[in-house]
Design a protein around this ligand. Structure first.
Ligand SMILES: Nc1ncnc2c1ncn2[C@@H]1O[C@H](COP(=O)(O)OP(=O)(O)O)[C@@H](O)[C@H]1O
Ligand SMILES: N[C@@H](CCC(=O)OP(=O)(O)O)C(=O)O
Length: 396
């Protein structure tokens, strides 16, 4: 392949070719993306007095509407439902209990959508509301469903406005912030870029209010960000997660080969014109398959398999399938096909995989060779507990 946008081509582990870009080329790739996910945080949609900031929402939609058209698809992941519900419910600040947050989101989400529908409508665009739960992007059947819905909306030239379905999410199963959700949606729809918009222009070396801090222009994949202080939410008090969840989202998206630009909502236009604003996160040069990316980042383990040292070496060093002989214990109530974590003798997760047995089937099989099991129980017991193709390693 020839070089594009000043990029240098490199070959990934799976033989897939990726572009290792310069910063300028990476920014140009974001600006040229034909399928784009933009995420806007609550902090950028709220007035200092609380409540929805219509002017900022209008400015954002004006910018985005100018960047969506026949050659570009846009999915907007928008937070702000809880913040928008505060004023109508006369709540002075974001509540901390789940039930009140859900009530605020229930009131605010409708108001938020009404604004988006009106504003995008003024620019001749139709919007569709898509409320997702963790399960919708983590369980494979739901995941296909979510993909189909988003794909159909994009085919119909609709701008999907995505948010977490806060009213049904529980504390245990909840994203809370929308950063990770945006990254998973970007991977789900095979976006060519993810733009995270917040109330500060990019990732800084520390609290942006501190005079010694400065903006980081670009982050290469695998960069440990040593010395960077990732703080929690900003001054508005309505955001969730702060920089921690944004950097995590950037890692998820770049791990799927998607470049990420983190900037402020006020600079959305500049960011989409490849101007040197915000922080560019370069995509990982050797991304796993979409399926393994999903397994690593979008699943919640439904149980744990405890491995002896030999099994850890076989799975991690020699990339072998996991057999019953190397398993010493089982936790959880999973079913065949569920994601489970493979843990070493110290209990540290070393890999995640899709298990081929129900949890209740495994105890009598542990420590036994597949040949022994096939003779004693029948040929169907010769199968691996986790096949190597269904395994993704956690790098330490
Ligand atoms: N290293 C850092 N670089 C930039 N911003 C940071 C950093 N550490 C903490 N922050 C804070 O993170 C805030 C953005 O996160 P958050 O409030 O959750 O926004 P959003 O509502 O857009 O998701 C910023 O206002 C900033 O004060
Ligand atoms: N789903 C929630 C998102 C909560 C939130 O604060 O997210 P964010 O501002 O992206 O950190 C809402 O719409 O209020």
């Amino acid at each position: 392949m020839g070089s594009t946008l000043g990029s240098q081509q490199v070959s990934g582990q799976n033989g897939i070719v990726y572009a290792a870009t310069t910063e300028a080329a990476g920014r140009a790739a974001v600006a040229a993306a034909r399928r784009l996910v933009v995420k806007i945080g609550s902090s950028s949609l709220t007035t200092t007095a609380g409540g929805l900031d219509r002017e900022r929402l209008q400015a954002l939609v004006g910018t985005l509407a100018g960047h969506v058209g026949h050659d570009r698809e846009l999915v907007l992941v928008s937070s702000g439902a809880i913040a928008a519900g505060l004023a109508p419910l006369r709540l002075p600040r974001r509540p901390t209990d789940l039930a009140s947050q859900q009530a605020a989101a229930s009131v605010g989400q409708g108001l938020l959508l009404r604004e988006y529908a009106a504003e995008f409508g003024r620019h001749g665009r139709t919007v569709g509301q898509v409320l997702l739960t963790v399960d919708d992007v983590t369980r494979r059947v739901h995941y296909r469903n979510a993909y189909r819905t988003l794909r159909k909306l994009l085919d119909l030239a609709v701008v999907p406005i995505v948010n977490e379905n806060d009213t049904v999410a529980t504390d245990e199963i909840r994203f809370g912030d929308n950063d990770r959700l945006a990254a998973l949606v970007a991977a789900l729809i095979h976006a060519e870029a993810l733009v995270l918009l917040t109330d500060v222009d990019g990732l800084w070396t520390g609290d942006p209010a501190h005079p010694a801090s400065h903006r980081i222009d670009e982050v290469r994949s695998g960069d440990p960000l040593t010395g960077v202080q990732l703080g929690r939410s900003g001054r508005t008090g309505v955001g969730t997660g702060g920089m921690v969840t944004k950097v995590e989202a950037a890692r998820i998206a770049t791990g799927a080969g998607i470049p990420v630009l983190l900037s402020s909502a006020d600079l959305a236009g500049a960011a989409l014109e490849a101007e040197p604003v915000g922080t560019l996160f370069h995509p990982h040069p050797s991304r796993p398959s979409a399926r393994l990316h999903w397994l690593a980042h979008a699943t919640t383990a439904r149980g744990r398999l405890h491995l002896d040292d030999g099994a850890v070496a076989a799975v991690v060093d020699r990339r072998k399938s996991l057999l019953p002989a190397g398993i010493t214990g089982v936790d959880g109530g999973f079913s065949a096909g569920d994601p489970v974590d493979l843990v070493d003798t110290a209990g540290r997760p070393v890999a995640r995989g899709l298990v081929n047995y129900d949890a209740v089937e495994l105890p009598p099989l542990l420590g036994r060779t597949t040949a022994d099991l096939a003779t004693a129980l029948g040929p169907e017991y010769e199968r691996e507990v986790v096949h190597r193709d269904d395994l993704v390693l956690f790098t330490s």
